[in-house]
Unconditional design. Sequence first.
Length: 237
Amino acid sequence: MSAFLLQGPDGQQIPYALERRARRTVGLKITADGLVVHAPRYIDDIELNRLLLSKWSWIVSKISLQSERQLPAVQWQDGEQLLLLGNTLYLDVVEDSANRQAKLAGNSLSLGVKQLDDQAHIARKVLLWYRQYALQDFQRRVALFAAKLKIAPPPVFLSNAKGRWGSCNSRHEIRLNWRLIQAPPALINYVVAHELAHTKQMNHSAKFWAIVEKLDPEYRTAEKALKDWSHRLHRIA
């Protein structure tokens, strides 16, 4: 990709990355790194600039929204605020020669470390706890929904995917992104219902969505909310 500057009517300049492809239209995408433009090879620079300026208001508003949604990186230290089931979870880190494991206590996650400034070690312990907690929670939810379908609970595994919240393969094995444990329960229920419905219908047909609705009548609201929560759930890499 090549780097360029787009100058707006007010003099403001917006950097963008340009990639030319064998395509028919110009595509715009706002990422964490800024504006990315995919353009046909045949379009010249003057025409491309004119088209981008016609989208100036859209570009500015989307970049502004992206900036608002960017959250500060997690600081693995005492007092940091994380998420669990949609609620704030406070890290309670103490110096402890016994190096005790993470333990949930109310709205705090308490753990001991030998060195308080060893953020990498704190991160490993917290992420291990998240995964253990998530698996138990997800297995419980899958079992509850499976009972509604009158089927045996399928195997549940954790996933670390960046672009998917869940999946179900032909062997009816369900994989759920461990980051979901940060979301409100209604959002987790939607993803569980969605993947469990695939054990009956390996598609997205009307029959599939009927099963999802049977398991989670409010799934449409949860589906939309999950998109709004996505950036918060991915704060932990």
